[in-house]
Design a protein around this ligand. Structure first.
Ligand code: SF4
Ligand code: SF4
Length: 448
């Protein structure tokens, strides 16, 4: 058992965390896939407006690797295909039938999986549209089955509290999870399961599968952090990984022969209508998850999809993407506060202990306000203090801005786990993480 421990990271004292309660959401009238939100994929459409599709019918494929397909999250009619600048496919909207049909793929028992070859399983996953659940470090692109697999990390954690928690999605699903692990072991014998930080009771049932534990604050349980702290040389920055809930989807796909659409999602943030977990389905409208049908709950709120730290801002009339299971609503927070600099700030979040909130034991409301203007780096070192993979973000940022690719790589750019903590704590409001992601993407394009 390997224990990953880092004094870095950040304990998130942010109000509006979703509870562990679980409710079921009603089926919406339409669902969507958002190809533009899937990194490193160049989508080629396989349907047109008016086509009838079943759950699992391929909607698009990756032009570069056509074996990678994405299935329909609903059965019905292709109602709308929205394009953005340069004909980028933003959304494929499916109007759902009352009685949705499924594409029936081959289901496999545990014995069938044991007897199948690695290639057969990979082909079945690609044809069924579930292969994209497996991703690869360091770029976080979809895993390439033709490359050797150094290992697969299964992430059971969510040290970011605004993502679905494993205590919830593993309820009554520990056997299915174990089937998923057996499936991964057909791809590589090196399957690592990371126990979430804290004491999640449901994980006791999976104790025999745990290979890694972690101690520390967000994002200590991230597969990239696990890899960084367990690798033996700086070159070993490649690995595959899969989220614990996505592993359940893989296992369910083989058990039923059906494209898995059920998801556990969370709605959180201090402006959310209900802060809890929901059983729902992939690609639902944001308004359904946010409980904002009347627009009331949305007043003054920013919709962040995919987690508070790793997500992106979206519009209320959009949909949840293929990988996203979390919606966070927090205030835009651009109002000016009279004499704000003189206030003690008992209720203001601060990672630098500037405000009295350091003595406030409660979670504190946060918002998207910059609270001041951008300025140049003041070399305070706050970003260094939180970076879980020991990058010096301020120096790496300078290299990236100067297009010094080799220097950026030497400074650990590829180790960056895109946790956004450096951006969060930076008093100069420098968008460090966003810039690192862009630089990694540019380097990825150079390599492929
Ligand atoms: S440099 Fe990367 S890993 Fe380090 S804190 Fe910033 S985003 Fe996180
Ligand atoms: S936190 Fe911001 S201002 Fe401070 S050293 Fe890092 S980049 Fe510079």
């Amino acid at each position: 058992m390997i224990t990953v421990k880092t004094p870095k990271g950040c304990k998130l004292k942010i109000a509006g965390k979703p509870s562990l309660d679980l409710d079921r959401l009603a089926t919406p009238a339409s669902v969507a896939m958002l190809p533009a939100r899937i990194p490193f994929v160049k989508p080629r459409l396989k349907v047109k407006i008016g086509d009838r599709v079943k759950i699992g019918t391929p909607l698009f494929e990756d032009k570069r690797r056509p074996a990678i397909q994405f299935g329909s999250p609903g059965g019905g009619v292709v109602d709308e295909i929205c394009f953005g600048p340069r004909r980028i496919i933003k959304a494929i909207v499916i109007r759902l039938d009352d009685n949705e049909e499924h594409v029936q793929f081959t289901s496999l028992t545990a014995q069938d999986i044991e007897a199948a070859t690695r290639d057969d399983l990979i082909k079945a996953m690609q044809d069924g549209g579930v292969w994209p659940f497996i991703k690869a470090l360091p770029f976080r692109d979809i895993a390439n089955p033709e490359e050797p697999v150094p290992g697969i990390f299964v992430n059971l954690g969510a040290s970011e509290p605004f993502l679905p928690q494993s205590q919830v999605y593993l309820r009554n699903a520990t056997d299915l999870f174990e089937s998923g692990i057996n499936l991964l072991r057909k791809l590589t014998p090196h399957v690592y399961v990371t126990r979430p930080p804290g004491k999640a009771p449901v994980v006791k049932a999976l104790k025999h599968l745990i290979t890694h534990t972690c101690k520390g604050a967000y994002p200590v349980d991230d597969p990239g952090v696990q890899l960084y702290h367990s690798k033996k040389s700086s070159d070993e920055n490649r690995s595959w990984y899969i989220d614990g809930q996505d592993l359940l989807h893989l296992a369910r796909f083989f058990e039923t022969g059906r494209y898995p659409i059920e998801r556990i999602m969370v709605s959180g943030g201090n402006l959310a209508h209900a802060n809890k977990h929901f059983i729902t389905r992939t690609g639902i409208p944001l308004a359904t998850l946010g409980g904002c049908h009347d627009g009331q709950a949305a007043a003054g709120a920013r919709f962040i999809v995919g987690g508070l730290f790793r997500g992106y801002t979206s519009e209320i009339d959009s949909y949840m993407g293929f990988y996203e299971n979390a919606l966070t609503l927090i205030a835009e927070g651009d109002e000016k506060e009279a004499f704000g600099f003189m206030r003690p700030g008992y209720g203001k979040p601060s990672s630098s202990n500037t405000f009295l909130s350091v003595y406030n034991p409660s979670d504190i409301k946060t918002d998207c306000g910059m609270h001041g203007e951008r300025r140049a780096c003041i070399n305070c070192g706050f970003c260094v203090n939180v970076c879980p993979v020991d990058i010096l973000p301020q120096f790496t940022y300078k290299c990236v801005r100067a297009d010094e690719v080799e220097e950026s790589l030497a400074n650990g750019l590829l180790d960056c786990v895109e946790c956004s903590l450096c951006t969060y704590v930076c008093p100069s409001k420098i968008e460090l993480c966003a810039r690192f992601k862009q630089a990694k993407e540019a380097y990825y394009k150079e390599l492929t």
